[in-house]
Write a protein that binds this ligand. Structure first.
Ligand SMILES: Cc1ncc(COP(=O)(O)O)c(C=O)c1O
Length: 301
């Protein structure tokens, strides 16, 4: 599994990790990526440390869940803060859920430098990284960002999105061998191991690019149809340059938009669910079937 993961990281992301089969694992499988996101502060031994986890202003809720579970505080910010204070962990998410925002190389480098300067691990959730539309998202472990040294850096990947395999629960954690090993050792004692049949499925998925590219084209076609209809219905789409969602607004409270869409029989997610800064947006997913996307396009007309 590690060899396939290392091959995938090299081929698809241009990332070279330390010896994947060595005593210090630089990549490990996870039970999908959500449990890892929720448990990482605990697995790193941060619980009860009276420290703070930084997460994006508008964020997938599980970063906060994991911090709260470990008894830590959270602070939302999109740029490295002037004071490191009691920060013990930074979560980045690029491409982001819900808004599909992609961090630039400069932004990624600024976080890496900040983490190094303050001795704080920077963890990038990159589960949508193969789904760039208007830009090519870069991994935090790429040499253009991290140089040759992954110290203090971790990246999280998932087969759920790129291989449409959420039911298999296959994810990856890679990066700093010291941090990966710490996480791995605790996971073994918790029984958080990926069953061999799932690892075999992960190997098959990681070794094959054709299905990822075919699925990507399905998402691209849905995105084009739905984006045109959403704009045609008078909404603006912000960010959404990558990932599986359209981040749309009518410049009104998100619940008003949710209500309008519900009246058309279209279910979207309220932006406020992802943080106060999302209160005027809704998230429309490209994960529905072609037939359901076409029905939504008709209804928006
Ligand atoms: C940003 C982000 N991270 C992690 C996950 C978890 O996905 P999985 O556990 O299926 O790998 C999701 C799922 O929607 C997500 O949007």
């Amino acid at each position: 599994m590690r060899a396939s993961a290392a091959g995938w990281l090299r081929r698809r992301l241009g990332v070279e990790i330390a010896d994947p089969a060595g005593a210090e694992p630089s990549v490990i499988p996870t039970v999908g990526s959500k449990e890892l996101v929720a448990l990482l502060p605990t697995l790193l031994g941060l619980q009860g440390s009276a420290t703070t986890v930084l997460l994006p202003e508008i964020a997938y809720p599980t970063y906060e869940v994991g911090a709260v579970l470990a008894g830590l505080s959270v602070r939302r910010c999109d740029a490295p803060p002037a004071d490191a204070g009691a920060v013990s962990l930074v979560w980045l998410n690029s491409p982001g859920n819900p808004h599909g925002r992609v961090l630039t190389d400069e932004q990624l480098r600024a976080w890496v430098e900040w983490g190094r300067a303050h001795g704080v691990p920077v963890v990038a959730d990159e589960c949508y990284i193969t789904l760039g539309w208007d830009v090519s998202p870069r991994s935090i472990l790429h040499p253009a960002i991290a140089g040759e040294d992954h110290t203090g850096l971790l990246a999280v990947h998932s087969l759920s999105k790129q291989s449409t395999a959420a039911g298999y629960r296959g994810g990856l954690l890679s990066g700093d061998p010291v941090l990966v090993r710490r996480v791995w050792e605790v996971r073994r004692h918790l029984g958080l191991l990926v069953p061999a049949p799932v690892q075999a499925a992960m190997v098959a998925a990681l070794d094959d690019d054709a299905h990822v590219d075919a699925q990507r084209e399905r998402y691209r076609a849905r995105r084009e149809r739905l984006a045109a209809a959403v704009r045609g219905a008078g909404m603006r789409i912000d960010h959404s340059e990558a990932g599986l969602y359209l981040w749309a607004t009518r410049d009104e409270d998100c619940w008003t938009t949710i209500d309008r869409l519900a009246g058309l029989g279209i279910v979207a997610a309220p932006g406020s669910f992802y943080g106060a800064a999302g209160a005027r947006h809704v998230r429309l997913a490209l994960t529905a079937s072609d037939e359901r996307i076409d029905a939504a396009v008709e209804r928006l007309r």
